[in-house]
Design a binder for this molecule. Sequence first.
Ligand SMILES: NC(=O)C1=CN([C@@H]2O[C@H](COP(=O)(O)OP(=O)(O)OC[C@H]3O[C@@H](n4cnc5c(N)ncnc54)[C@H](OP(=O)(O)O)[C@@H]3O)[C@@H](O)[C@H]2O)C=CC1
Ligand SMILES: O=C1CO[C@H](CO)[C@@H](O)[C@@H]1O
Length: 430
Amino acid sequence: MSTLTRRTFLMTTGAAVAGASLSRRARAVGASERVRFGLIGCGVRGRSFGSLATSLCDPDQTRLGQLAGSAGIASGRTMTDLRRMLDDPAIDAVIIATPDHWHAPAAILACEAGKHVYVEKPVSHNFRESRLLLRAAQRANVVVQHGTQQRSRPFVRDAIAMLHEGAIGEVLAAKAWNVQLRDSIGKRHASPPPREIDYDTWVGPAEWMPHQSNRLHSAWHWWHNFGTGDIGNDGAHELDYARWGLGVDALPCKVSATGGKYFFDDDQQFPDTATCAFEYAPANQGATPRQLSFEMRLWSRNYPMNCDSGVEFYGTKGRMFLSKRGKLQVVGPQNEKILDSRPGEENALAHIDNFVAAIRGEAPLNAPLIEAHRSVALAHLANAAIRVGRSLQFDAVAEQVVGDDDASRLMQRVYRKGGHWATPVGMQPA
Ligand SMILES: NC(=O)C1=CN([C@@H]2O[C@H](COP(=O)(O)OP(=O)(O)OC[C@H]3O[C@@H](n4cnc5c(N)ncnc54)[C@H](OP(=O)(O)O)[C@@H]3O)[C@@H](O)[C@H]2O)C=CC1
Ligand SMILES: O=C1CO[C@H](CO)[C@@H](O)[C@@H]1O
């Protein structure tokens, strides 16, 4: 590390690019200096970062008050409008744990304000916003970590290194899954928002929908305007380590996905059942093709490999099963056992430690934006294929769906009519 400067680190992580910037500059954080965090989004996930924060932001006064109380943060450092946090010179970095529709808009504004960003998975609500965030981070020369914390787990890193070093030969296919028994969100009608919630801020730049009680507090995952379904939610973890292990630093060229609501009869707009396949590198262009598949069921605890989520990697000389639940098995070509290990629990803050080390210039970032973009794109493409009801051809270089206007439209979103301060310039649909 000693020969690498901070700038070199930023460049290897894809965060720095030459060019003019209108952004405010990030404060240089020295080796042993504390990084001062602001937390945007104080819900289920946000709470696990409460102890790091010196400021809190959430449109819900109750959640704000509860977390401020348990984390010992003064009421003067709690707010509902994230712009106040971004204007605060006493904040170096923000953690964004909002619903998905706020991820990229908040992250882009944070970059422009010269803040380093830890953005929860999925990095974006739609394909186009990943690209816009990539550009904003490059312009601002800040560090952006994606909340795929498996990338900072030693046993996952070791397993992926084994794959890349040929432990099971050439890895040609990865089969990922996420299976769980979720609750129904029921059927509801529009109703006035609870008094403690600033619903206008909650919707932000998204296309307006009136308040409905089954849209807030984690139920937003299942609405097109706010979430990415479970392919983008929990699936974001499996898609990410599947693609990482498969060794494809690219976008796919073909996407097939089928699915729908086979089980739930409620307001959810995303499928509860899906089977998705992604093909990389067309064989007719001379490259070795690779296949990644993903299976999702939200109504059962009958898991493949007796594990709710995981990835099986198939190589020319064996198979590896890897799960974020702490499981790693390797078998050889005759299915003979080579390794069966049960590594320990996840250290929830290891990924934040890596983020801090990258800000200080002491380590490369484990989950840089370019990797976030490539993995989360799989969720966006699969959701689009399911919504239009057909397979997609994708130009991985131009980063465009080929010959399908309906699917192309789903690579971006419609924003709130009349504009909103968090709809960054250049983000309106083309
Ligand atoms: N990496 C991981 O393992 C995990 C990641 N996550 C990710 O974390 C994110 C949050 O999920 P989760 O905590 O379950 O969802 P919640 O709905 O519980 O929390 C989201 C919070 O963000 C608040 N919020 C909405 N708009 C804004 C805004 N403009 N500024 C500040 N806060 C805002 C919401 O306010 P309100 O109270 O009004 O609803 C809510 O409190 C998701 O993207 C999810 O994918 C979640 C779990 C695990
Ligand atoms: O791992 C996780 C635990 O559950 C959460 C809620 O579904 C997910 O968002 C998250 O990815």
